[in-house]
Design a protein. Structure first.
Lengths: 372, 569
């Protein structure tokens, strides 16, 4: 009988304990494992969803190869890979100062779009009327100003009335989108809202059209790394992010730092917008940023707000994106399939952080008294 | 009388990451006894008890009740086994009455009948001698009443084993006596009481047996009657230690910080400081006593420039020695004004007067450096923020109560925390980490901070080491005023004594030290004078060399009879 009683209340099946600091090598090992596991699950899902694969399981190798192929099979694709990486990285870098300050700026999409709008507006009104060099400078200034303004507005409200910045910046995205929609109606008399490529205001090509964008982003990465880790401003915003009470205790003007940092964050989004407007598109639609303002949030988080790490995370996201697009093309599946693939892999990458921080103990394993 | 075992723990082990919080602890608890769990902060007392109360689950080991093994996975399991724990931080709903809080979360109540509950609560209170009105709302209660609610909550659920985690930390001496009386009554009723504490005198006063824990290990369990303070300390520390605080007599005291009629409202417009006036002298330690939340924190924050004042004055005085006048610091007009006040003298001390001299001659004389003056530097600190205070050249150091949330940044390393006060120094926009790193190394060495290095985030350090880093930084700037709020809270005995010695040394260097403490024994041993606060008001100022604990305890609970006419128990 007593046997039965004891069965009733048993040790929990799994219990969690927090890990002590894990060595970086082991932590990276877990992350790499997570990506591999994610790829494996992708394969299984693909097998279930993709007809061509189910009919011919031998093509599974090709399936994985396509990930690489999507980005690197031709020089053109490689250039496009680095260009897309650079734009995504640039927006993610723009978010970094704000995120380090624990100011959850979800408005990169709108800030970047306003950056594009600023440049295009200058090119639209003054293109051909003033020298091309001056036009480019004015476009640059307009992009930075518009982006900064879009970052400044929520910062002012946060600093003065402590409004919720996440919702505020998110809503500003829609405002930006409608501003652009409005001007497209004003600028395009036909009413098609299709502005077409502008003739003026194109950044010079340094051998390759994308090279300048890549170089600017690279410089920005290094610059921001220095700003955040070695400058007084960077130190202040880190303190504000860690603890507002500590910041006040040492006399840091919290409101001032919030406003200054959001001007920077917005202006850098504006810079990304300038690169898109003057370096690539030379036109604008409401979809010119294409959701990269949101993808950048993930890129920034995955790298734990470290500018140099963002080169890797932006690379991973871009690689997945291009690879998945290639898969949908080569295996003729619905265009939603790439999103499924990217989602699965990112789920594993983000999930792996849990196993870096916590350890699971299973029932029965403790009896020997060994803890790994 | 043959005692019955209530609870047994065998081989209990708990790890947090690489930290071994409890290592194969064996413990017996009998019915009808008060067992004290004694040990320094961080020795695993609370962790061990949390495993009986269902907060943590042990990694290894077994718990037996009445000879049968039990598995306690949650506080609910603990209650099912008639175990209840009263935590250090109360978990009550402010807007509910005592009785509502007591039945909160209880299942199979049947009909919700508050009248019955009130009656039952009264019955329990009467039985053990608690003073509690079941219909009083929690927001109207004192800390001691809240604690009573927590204890009755546990009794109401029928607990036979009661665990109290540091129950006396927040109470006045009188309240402590009352609590102990109640505990004794419960013991006579056959309950097992476990009290977690690190205060030796309380252990000796109230307990039947003492279990001593050191670094997660169970050292011994002894009968209280057979032991004494010295033996317990030795078991607790693993070595003999001198528990006397060296107090030097103040020399050359002079007013340094004059607080006059301070009134302060917090963000919810609660009047937290009421007409507070006192003077802190250079060369003495002014202790501030009071029940937690009597305005001590707000007072220090107001002085440090962190709280906007409603009214009152904060004046800083820094008498300077003879100093040559220069036109770098003073305008010609100011010199003429000072001359009319007979402020100037020559190196021999003879008064100098510029009366009737031309401006050109005055200039020439002053530039010779022969014109000296005495100046009392008197600076109004009212409504200046910490940065402005520092820019005025006032070295005011502040060790706040909330170390990692205010004094330091937990995620930053020791070097970066050293820079908090000084990072603005130096030209250009880039940081200079060289000096802060040197300072970090110096503090690690001189205060024996145990850390892998200067690059370790401070939140990874133990409580004592965190405090050494903070106090070390605040002292490093050679302060004129040093304010410390609960600087030894959560520290082990050795670290506490390090801090006491540091404060005493600052006092001897002519610093005005303000020390907010909770342990009256320490306040009496360390301070020169003690200011007592209650409800945002100063209710007493005593000489620490002659005052008694009881006297201060009364002041801590005294309310101004003029004000409300409310008689306090």
């Amino acid at each position: 009988m007593s046997e039965n009683r004891e069965k009733k209340v048993r040790e929990p099946l799994v219990h969690l304990t927090r890990r002590s600091i894990m060595s970086p090598a082991k932590a990276w090992g877990i992350r790499v494992m997570a990506v591999l596991l994610g790829l494996l699950v992708c394969g299984i899902v693909a097998f279930l969803l993709v007809d061509k694969l189910r009919q011919n399981p031998g093509r599974i190798g090709e399936f994985y190869y396509t990930f690489i192929k999507g980005s690197f099979s031709t020089p053109r694709k490689a250039w496009k890979f680095f260009k897309d990486l650079a734009i995504l990285l640039c927006i993610a870098l723009a978010l970094t100062p704000a995120f380090r300050m624990r100011f959850w700026n979800t408005g990169a999409e709108g800030q970047t779009l306003m950056g594009i709008w600023g440049a295009i507006a200058v090119a639209f009104y003054w293109g051909g009327k003033i020298p091309e060099g001056l036009l480019l400078v004015l476009m640059f200034a307009a992009s930075l100003l518009c982006g900064a303004a879009w970052g400044l507005i929520p910062a002012l409200f946060k600093a003065k009335w402590n409004t919720n910045e996440t919702l505020f910046t998110l809503m500003m995205n829609y405002v930006a989108s409608y501003v652009v929609a409005y001007f497209l109606v004003v600028w395009v008399p036909s009413g098609s809202s299709n502005l077409g490529k502008l003739k003026y205001g194109k950044l010079p090509s340094l051998g390759h059209d994308y090279l300048l964008i890549i170089l600017v982003t690279l410089l920005l990465t290094i610059g921001l790394h220095i700003y955040l880790n070695y400058s007084k401003h960077g130190y202040e915003l880190n303190v504000v992010g860690e603890s507002i009470r500590t910041a006040k205790y040492v006399g840091i003007g919290v409101g001032k730092v919030i406003i200054r940092t959001m001007i920077l964050s917005g202006a850098l989004c504006g810079l990304a917008g300038y690169l898109i407007a003057a370096g690539l598109d030379q036109t604008i639609t409401t979809e010119s940023v294409g959701g990269q303002g949101f993808t950048a949030i993930m890129v920034c988080w995955l790298a734990k707000f470290h500018p140099l790490g963002m080169i890797l995370t932006a690379g991973l996201v871009t690689l997945l994106d291009h690879g998945a697009a290639q898969i949908s093309q080569d295996f003729s599946v619905a265009s939603d399939f790439p999103d499924v693939v990217v989602g699965i892999i990112l789920f594993f990458v983000i999930g792996s952080e849990f196993f870096i921080n916590y350890q699971l103990h299973f029932r029965g394993h403790e009896k020997e008294g060994s803890v790994k | 009388m043959e005692k019955k075992l209530a609870l047994q723990m065998r081989g209990i082990t708990k790890r947090f990451g690489s930290v071994l919080a409890n290592n194969h602890v064996d413990l017996d608890v009998y019915e009808g006894e008060i067992l004290a769990i004694l040990g320094e902060n961080g020795c695993g007392k609370t962790t061990l008890m949390n495993m009986i109360a269902g907060i943590y689950y042990p990694d290894e080991g077994h718990i037996y009740m009445e000879g049968r093994e039990v598995v306690i996975r949650s506080p609910k399991d603990a209650f099912d086994h008639r175990i209840g724990m009263i935590h250090q931080h109360f978990k009550l709903v402010d807007l509910f009455t005592a009785a509502q809080n007591i039945i909160l979360g209880m299942e199979d109540q049947g009909r919700y009948n508050l009248k019955d509950v009130n009656a039952r609560v009264r019955e329990i209170a009467e039985k053990y001698g608690f003073r509690l009105d079941p219909e009083k709302k929690v927001y109207d209660m004192s800390v001691s009443e809240k604690q009573t609610v927590e204890i009755i909550k546990v009794l109401y659920r029928g607990a036979d084993v009661l665990i109290l985690d540091e129950p006396t930390a927040v109470l006045t001496p009188q309240e402590i006596d009352r609590l102990f009386a109640v505990l004794r009554k419960m013991k006579e009723d056959g309950k097992s009481i476990i009290i977690i504490t690190h205060k030796l005198n309380e252990v000796l006063e109230v307990s039947d047996r003492v279990a001593i824990l050191r670094r997660g290990e169970h050292i011994a369990t002894v009968n209280t009657a057979d032991t004494n303070e010295a033996e317990l300390t030795e078991m607790m520390m693993g070595q003999k230690i001198d528990l006397n605080i060296r107090r030097s007599d103040p020399v050359n005291v002079q007013p340094r910080l004059i607080i006059n009629g301070l009134n302060l409202y917090d963000s919810e417009r609660v009047h937290v400081l009421k007409d507070v006036s006192f003077t802190a002298y250079a060369g003495e330690i002014l202790g501030i006593a009071g029940i937690a939340g009597s305005g001590q924190r707000e007072l220090l924050e107001a002085i440090a420039g962190l709280q906007p004042l409603e009214s009152g004055e904060i004046t800083f005085r820094n008498p300077k020695k003879d100093k040559p006048v220069t036109f770098f610091h003073k305008s010609l007009r100011r010199v003429e004004e000072l001359d009319r006040e007979h402020a100037f003298h020559d190196p021999q001390g003879k008064e100098i007067s510029f009366k009737g001299m031309s401006r050109k001659d005055i200039r020439k004389w002053v530039d010779s450096g022969e014109v000296l003056f005495k100046e009392d530097e008197i600076i109004d600190l009212r409504n200046k923020n910490p940065l402005e205070i520092r820019e005025l050249g006032i070295r005011l150091s502040f060790v706040p109560e909330d170390r990692l949330g205010m004094g330091l940044v937990g995620n930053m390393d020791i070097t970066d925390n050293m820079m908090l006060r000084s990072y603005r120094k130096g030209p250009g926009g880039l940081l200079d980490r060289k000096k802060p790193r040197a300072l970090a190394e110096e503090i690690i060495q001189s205060l024996q901070v145990s850390t892998p290095g200067t690059a370790t985030p401070v939140r990874r350090l133990s409580g004592g080491n965190v405090q050494k880093v903070l106090v070390g930084r605040e002292i490093a700037f050679a302060p004129k005023v040093l304010m410390a709020a609960y600087p030894v809270r959560g520290l082990d005995i050795n670290s506490s004594y390090t801090i006491y010695h540091l404060l005493t040394r600052q006092k001897e260097n002519g610093v005005a030290v303000i020390f907010v403490g909770e342990d009256l024994d320490v306040l009496l041993a360390l301070s020169d004078r003690i200011l007592v606060m209650n409800g945002g008001r100063v209710t007493g100022l005593v000489d620490a060399r002659s005052a008694t604990k009881e006297e201060i305890g009364l002041m801590m609970t005294r309310t101004e009879s003029r004000e409300g006419g409310e008689a306090h128990e």
